[in-house]
Design a protein around this ligand. Structure first.
Ligand code: G16
Length: 539
């Protein structure tokens, strides 16, 4: 048996050779690169997913996507049984596997060593849930995963075309005896849409949600949103633009484009008094925008969702008389300084700062009864502890409580069911946001007016080797190259309300520069000065 497995793997190594001299690491969100150089890494990830599934005796997810990256890129990320990102300790195995060349004896020896260490056998059961985005390269890459996983006798559940958050959801449901929902796409839609409908219908005086126009980045989210739009058409009017029928994936559209360039997707003429949003290529990020009466473009990013959700949840907890609930917000260094200030000093909500990457935010959010996490780029969700879920459920059923208290508890329960707790989910976040608008009678302008962003600018810098940049303190301080941080400090000190940091991207071959300052002109100037410093120190 082992001999046959080794033989099959040997054939795959010949069929999908590793390009000479290539090194890759499991980054912010798995492996990402130009799609044509990826098949060999799929061979290794099919093996790793199988081992993970055997060890956990549970279904593990494999998502083929490069999310916000250009269409020519692709990637792979693994999903753990409860729908979380792959446990960080396993990133080491992923990186080790990626170092092996195509020598079957050496690779097989390592696989056997791992199986020994992890106490699993090739014939142990393993179930892998596989899905992909709309990239042309995705289906062939998924096929490599399938072939490689079968070397270790894994059973493949093929979910075909899905958003990344949908796959996280089905993995969780499959392993959770369906207590989180049914492990199908229909189960996903049913859970979210029913909860949205319930929340609106149970809330007295809730306004009918206004029309929302969604730029779907020409990605997988377009198809899925159209289903939601049709299903909820009596309650909310969702229009989908950039639906993949004309433009290219993430090309001058999508959440990353809108957030980074602070402008609307190309070709969309914004009409006053309408509400817009953008999702990204695999529908895990969401940003809102509109044009105000002065014809200025206004954007609401991930920081704004944290504030909105914290405020809604706080109000409902108070109305339900559920006291002593520990709510916390998790951000990264990209969070606008004004949002952090507003959360801490106006809303009195504790804020934690962690490195970029949903895996870090998700982990930290588990420290709270209600952990709200969002990256400024629009990637985020809310986690509710079992304890608070039970308290809410008990409050709903508690006849000794007033009708108002029970209603608030019921609204909280429905809100929890809209949210995809496994990972940031643009569709779930859109429905949650629209429900809050309707219940709180809030307009997008009022949401924006809660606080004023400090002007900011983000830049990408191409350098010889981005790993030369190393950071600490949740990426706010640069430790290498030597003296670069001193230079940044010196530059920042010239600007009123200045703040800037640099970090290597984990999804693109660039160094990212973030800057904020008192005026937009200053933020632009500061970002540019820091960019020049990065170029000088990495030459
Ligand atoms: C991924 C991660 C996010 C991260 C983003 C950018 O998003 O899931 O947590 O913020 O990459 O990462 P980096 O700055 O390291 O390139 P997505 O939407 O591309 O999967």
């Amino acid at each position: 048996m082992t001999h046959i497995a080794k033989q099959k793997l040997g054939q795959l190594l010949i069929q999908y050779p590793k390009p000479a001299g290539l090194t890759m690491g499991y980054g912010t969100s798995g492996f990402r690169a130009r799609s044509d150089i990826l098949p060999w890494i799929m061979v290794r990830m099919g093996l790793l997913a199988s081992l993970r599934a055997k060890v956990k005796k549970a279904c593990v997810g494999v998502m083929i996507t490069a999310s916000h990256n250009p269409e020519c890129d692709n990637g792979v990320k693994l999903i753990d049984p409860m729908g979380e990102m792959l446990d960080q300790s396993w990133e080491v195995y992923a990186n080790n596997l990626a170092t092996f060349d195509d020598n079957i004896d050496e690779l097989w020896e390592y696989i056997e060593l791992l199986m020994n260490q992890l106490n699993v056998q090739p014939q142990d059961e393993a179930v892998i849930a596989l899905a992909h985005d709309t990239r042309q390269s995705s289906i062939p890459l998924a096929y490599v995963i399938r072939q490689s996983a079968q070397v270790l006798h894994s059973i493949i559940l093929d979910f075909d075309l899905m958003t990344t958050p949908q796959l996280h959801y089905v993995v969780r449901c499959y392993n959770d005896d369906c207590s989180y929902g049914h492990y199908t796409e229909a189960g996903y839609f049913d859970k979210l849409c029913t909860a949205f409908q319930n929340l609106i219908e149970m809330s007295p005086g809730a306004q009918r949600p206004e029309q929302v126009i969604v730029d779907a980045a020409n990605g997988v989210g377009a198809v899925k949103l159209q289903y939601v739009a049709a299903r909820l058409s009596k309650l909310i009017h969702i229009d989908v633009l950039n639906d993949g029928t004309q433009g290219h994936l993430n090309d001058c559209c999508g959440a990353d484009y809108v957030k980074l360039l602070q402008k609307p997707p190309a070709g969309i003429e914004l009409r006053p008094s309408l509400k817009y949003c953008s999702i990204d290529g695999d529908a895990d990020r969401l940003v809102y925008f509109f044009i105000n009466s002065k014809k200025q473009f206004c954007m609401l990013d991930g920081d704004r969702f944290s504030v909105l959700y914290a405020s809604f949840l706080h109000t409902k907890l108070q109305q339900a008389k559920l006291n002593d609930v520990k709510i916390g917000v998790i951000q990264t260094a990209y969070a606008n300084g004004s949002s952090t200030d507003y959360l801490i000093n106006t809303m009195h909500v504790p804020v934690a700062c962690v490195p970029t990457g949903v895996k870090f935010l998700h982990h930290k959010a588990q420290d709270y009864d209600i952990g709200i996490y969002f990256e400024a780029n629009g990637h985020g969700t809310v986690l509710f502890s079992d304890d608070i879920k039970n308290k809410i459920k008990t409050a709903v059923d508690d006849q000794s409580r007033t009708a108002e208290e029970r209603l608030a508890a019921n609204q909280l329960r429905a809100f929890i069911n809209i949210i995809n707790e496994t990972v940031g989910d643009a569709i779930a976040d859109l429905l949650a946001t629209e429900a809050i608008f309707a219940i709180m009678h809030l307009t997008i302008e009022q949401w924006l007016q809660l606080y004023t962003d400090i002007p900011q600018r983000q830049l990408k810098v191409s350098v010889r080797d981005r790993t030369m940049i190393q950071t600490t303190d949740a990426e706010r301080c640069c430790t290498a190259p030597a003296y670069l941080q001193d230079r940044i400090d010196q530059i920042v000190s010239k600007y009123q309300r200045g703040r800037s940091f640099v970090r290597p991207s984990g999804t693109e071959d660039v160094v990212r520069v973030y800057a904020e300052a008192h005026t937009q002109a200053d933020a632009d100037k500061l970002a540019n000065e820091v960019r020049l410093a990065v170029e000088e120190f990495t030459r």
